[in-house]
Design a protein around this ligand. Structure first.
Ligand code: ADP
Ligand code: MG
Length: 251
């Protein structure tokens, strides 16, 4: 399912920076079956964009289309049925890991749950817990690391097998090697479906078909990794800074 955004502006009610505007006349297309990435600094409007796609907030009529249909003319439920979403502040229930992965999807077998966990590269971690998939997490149970939480949340989204998958900064706490593994798995299991990856790390977005760079609620640049580097703009700048940081942290 393709998505198109036409002149999307969004202003939060409360006073915000940038004269209260979170998104400003944003126009872009997310092609059906593509792996599209949004990158930008904190506050550039990435999560706002996701919130509008999911109709957590409402964009003006005539500005967001999924599969050619104005999302404001569809029910909230039908919009969300098409989208599997991993929120930025991923949330686990005080329940077993298996239930956390299976949440939102009925009639799942143990095998399906494990398969999703494998694709999200968290199966081995789970098997290391004494109670494995029956490990209770959250307040009364085992505390998972940030990266483990993110991967359990990714497994939960993968199992829904929705036409559109959105990962909002869902790989920020995993190391780049694990990230690469998960992204490779995603390419395989999500082949032909629409995948939207939001990040502030270049490593997360560099292999995307289309990368959109957001800056202060606008599309500042877009292209693929190579063409964006050639532009020598914001993306190229981020790339250089992040490479330097990596070198420094290795030294
Ligand atoms: P990103 O996900 O790229 O970090 P956000 O979409 O979260 O950016 O934020 C974009 C802008 O909107 C920022 O200026 C932020 O402060 C503001 N903003 C985000 N959420 C809210 C909110 N619930 N109420 C008011 N302002 C918000
Ligand atoms: Mg965000």
């Amino acid at each position: 399912m393709g998505i198109s955004l036409e002149n999307v502006s969004y202003i939060y009610q409360a006073g915000t920076p940038f004269e209260g505007r979170a998104l400003f006349e944003l126009t872009t297309t997310i092609k059906d079956g593509s792996y599209t990435a949004f990158i930008g600094h904190t506050g550039s409007g990435k999560s706002t964009l996701v919130n509008l796609l999911l109709r957590i907030y409402n964009a003006p009529e005539g500005s967001i289309y999924i599969d050619g249909k104005d999302i404001m003319k569809a029910t909230v439920q039908s919009v969300r049925e098409h989208i599997a979403y991993v929120p930025q502040d991923n949330f686990l229930f005080s329940d077993t890991i298996a239930s956390n992965i299976a949440f939102g999807a009925d009639h799942l077998t143990k095998e399906q749950i494990e398969e999703a966990a494998r694709k999200a590269d968290v199966h081995r971690n789970i098997m290391d817990f004494p109670e494995q998939y029956d490990t209770v997490v959250g307040e009364r149970g085992t505390t998972l690391s940030g990266g483990q939480k993110q991967r359990v949340s990714i497994a939960r989204a993968l199992i829904l097998d929705a036409p559109i998958l959105i990962l909002d900064d869902s790989l920020s706490a995993v190391d780049t090697k694990t990230e690469e593994l998960i992204l490779e798995n995603l390419k395989e299991v999500r082949e032909g479906k629409t995948n939207i990856i939001i990040a502030h790390r270049i490593s997360t977005v560099r292999h995307a078909d289309h990368i959109v760079v957001l800056e202060e609620g606008r599309v500042a640049e877009h292209g693929n990794h190579e063409s964006l580097l050639e532009m020598q703009g914001i993306y190229a700048d981020m790339y250089e800074k992040q490479q330097l940081e990596e070198e420094l942290s290795e030294a």
